[in-house]
Design a protein around this ligand. Sequence first.
Ligand code: UDX
Length: 434
Amino acid sequence: MSVIGCGYLGAVHAAAMASIGHDVVGIDVDERKVAALADGVAPFFEPQLGELLQEGLASGRLRFSTDMSDAAGSDIHFLAVGTPQIVGGHAADLRFVDAAMSALLAHLRPGDVVAGKSTVPVGTAERLASQMAGSGATLVWNPEFLREGWAVHDTLTPDRLVVGVPSGPDGERAADLLREAYRPALEAGTPFLITDLATAELVKGAANAFLATKISFINAMAEIAEAAGADVTLLADAIGHDGRIGRRYLGSGIGFGGGCLPKDIRAFAARAEELGRGEAVGFLREVDSINLRRRDRAVRLVVDALGGLVFGRRIAVLGAAFKPFSDDIRDSPALDVAVRLRGLGADVVVTDPAALANAEAAHPQLGYAAERDDALRDADAVVIVTEWDLYRRDLTPEHAGSLVAGRIVIDGRNCLDAAAWRAAGWKYHGMGRR
Ligand code: UDX
């Protein structure tokens, strides 16, 4: 099989497929990425990926190439290229999908299956299928739900597999081929859902819209809790015990970021507008603005905690990645907060165990420290914006207190034990916590 596009999605998919016994070629136009992958080096931080790559390469079942003609002869071609937000708008930019498809067309044989994995606006699969007409190959849509930081786990043991197929015998045959490709997961009991093409595309958009809504819901409750003198984390625990609601994705704080949720909800709403149903997902605009308001709120908390002026004050910013177990800084709320504090004249020192190099390259105006304790040293305030264990679990208020100049902590992820920090003499400020 071939996997076209070797970013977060494709590189993990290629390595995972090789690990369950398939012969896989991963193809990408980025020569540096392909060279790293071919050396068994993950081009980004992702737990377990390095080992999986090395095993696959050593077994001879996994290789990487920049040449699309290496896809020829594969029975399944997974399309895993990126679909970023277009510049100057909210819709998805499909140029990489279109380029991959036009390069692949010449290499398709009758009976081949092209399985789209990228997150695309509904209707894209039908359009690609019509471009393939005459090739004898079948297009199916097989959305991917992996989370960064858990990508290998999520790919090998997904919650469910969804495959959208065209109606008729070609679709049935393609579904069988995908069933065979994912056999170990199916044998382990993973639900395998066959749908039409449009539904499979929508499942991905709907799942991300729901998750984003859940996070913004609890952050909206944080705004109310703050005004009412209540504690949103206790509220989340209490409503989360209701099995219909569930505690997961009720983590309040500075909100969601990353390469998926923010752009995917915008693209979903943009596509709904095109379909004449914009009002059906009008709430997603609210979800987006509640989310962005969290960053303003975090900055305001820091400013207020420092007496109204941050100019010249030293602020330790713990975290740069959009979430722990990732070096990804795309639309990172953590860095957004750091950049805004710097914009107000603060002497910001950012630290992160994985994302520092990416952050430095993108925001050279910020101060950086490779070690957590160097960031904390002489700080007037500490802001936790990515809940790495190194900050959430391993940093005691006593140790932090021995390094800083001022015992003020702003917990942008509501991840600290407020009582313990207060008991150690800190002024603790959570987001939506008393
Ligand atoms: C997400 C979806 O989870 C995944 O299914 C989809 O395929 C891609 O988008 P990912 O972006 O890797 O995955 O990260 P995720 O763990 O979902 O977190 C997204 C953002 O939400 C992060 O910034 C995280 O900090 C934030 N978040 C998550 C919260 O603020 N609160 C929560 O309770 C959970």
